[in-house]
Design a protein around this ligand. Structure first.
Ligand code: NAP
Length: 262
């Protein structure tokens, strides 16, 4: 039986241990709040703690871009939570450049490390425990920008496209073990990172001589507003909950109607 314990929903994740990367602000902080509200025990991480880390969550500093960072985080998750039932890969960032050929090598590598390989590395460390327990739910946060790759962001969208492809393949591999893997692709969401990216994009576009309209930087989604972090967090909560128990290998685009074919 499901017990209603507060105004925000059910305690459907009671007894579950969740790790969320990048939970110190923006979409990640909203995901942490939703998982806590649903009754999960939550550990989150960022490179530095801030006052916006949701109360009630455990926090550990880690940089997910490196193998060493992933190992430290997996060890902390085992120590603090005793294991991970729900794993949400949310840490990510898009830094625009003046077209594809202006993206330096080290930026390509950094985009791949943060937006793609961080998930691969952390999954490889935590999936064996889920497989042994024959249960678990993983969510990879991608981006609807994959649907319209443009020069200034090709390192980012290529990394997120790889993440989506990997997510589908991992879902198929793990399905017989009862572990589900899905992705969420947000459209434009009002977060500190999202706003900073769009400001930089407008500057880069101006340097490239593009009209603001050509960048989509000022477009409002058809539903009439930018997304809120909680719009994405509710989609993530759904996907990692038993309400989505027959869903795996999916990519849920949460974009206010911006990409109807997504
Ligand atoms: N906002 C949007 O419009 C939008 C659209 C599509 C997709 N997304 C995706 O949604 C996710 C969250 O974006 P957001 O807009 O909420 O970003 P945000 O406001 O910049 O928050 C990013 C979070 O990730 C952490 N983080 C960044 N780099 C990290 C690293 N190397 N190691 C550990 N933690 C790290 C940040 O903390 P520290 O900086 O202290 O490490 C912060 O907690 C990202 O994957 C992004 O690509 C966002």
């Amino acid at each position: 039986m499901t017990t209603i314990e507060n105004g925000s929903g059910t305690r459907e994740l009671a007894g579950k241990r969740a790790l969320v990367t990048g939970g110190s602000r923006g979409i990640g902080a909203a995901i942490v709040r939703r998982l806590l509200d649903a009754g999960a025990e939550v550990l989150t991480t960022a490179r530095s703690a801030t006052s916006t880390v949701p109360e009630g969550a455990a926090f550990v500093e880690a940089d997910v871009r490196t193998r060493a960072g992933a190992e430290a985080l997996a060890a902390a998750a085992r120590e603090v939570l005793g294991g991970v039932d729900v794993l949400v890969h949310n840490a990510g960032e898009a830094r625009p450049h003046e077209g594809a050929s202006a993206i330096p090598d080290e930026e390509w590598q950094d985009a791949l490390d943060l937006n793609y390989l961080a998930s691969v590395r952390l999954d490889s460390l935590l999936v064996p425990g889920m497989r042994d327990r024959r249960s678990g739910a993983i969510a990879h946060v991608s981006s609807a920008a994959v649907l319209t790759p443009v020069g200034p962001f090709l390192h980012y969208t290529a990394a997120k496209a790889a993440l989506e492809n990997y997510s589908r393949g991992l879902a198929l591999e793990l399905a017989p073990s009862g572990v589900r893997v899905n992705a969420v692709a947000p459209g434009r969401v009002a977060t500190p990172g999202g706003e900073a990216t769009r400001e930089r994009w407008a500057e880069v576009s101006a340097r490239m001589g593009a009209a603001p309209a050509e960048t989509n930087a000022d477009d409002t989604p058809p539903l009439g507003r930018d997304g809120l972090p909680d719009d994405v967090a509710r989609a993530v909560l759904f996907l990692v909950s038993d309400r989505a128990s027959w869903l795996t290998g999916r990519n849920l685009v949460v974009d206010g109607g911006e990409f109807p074919m997504g």
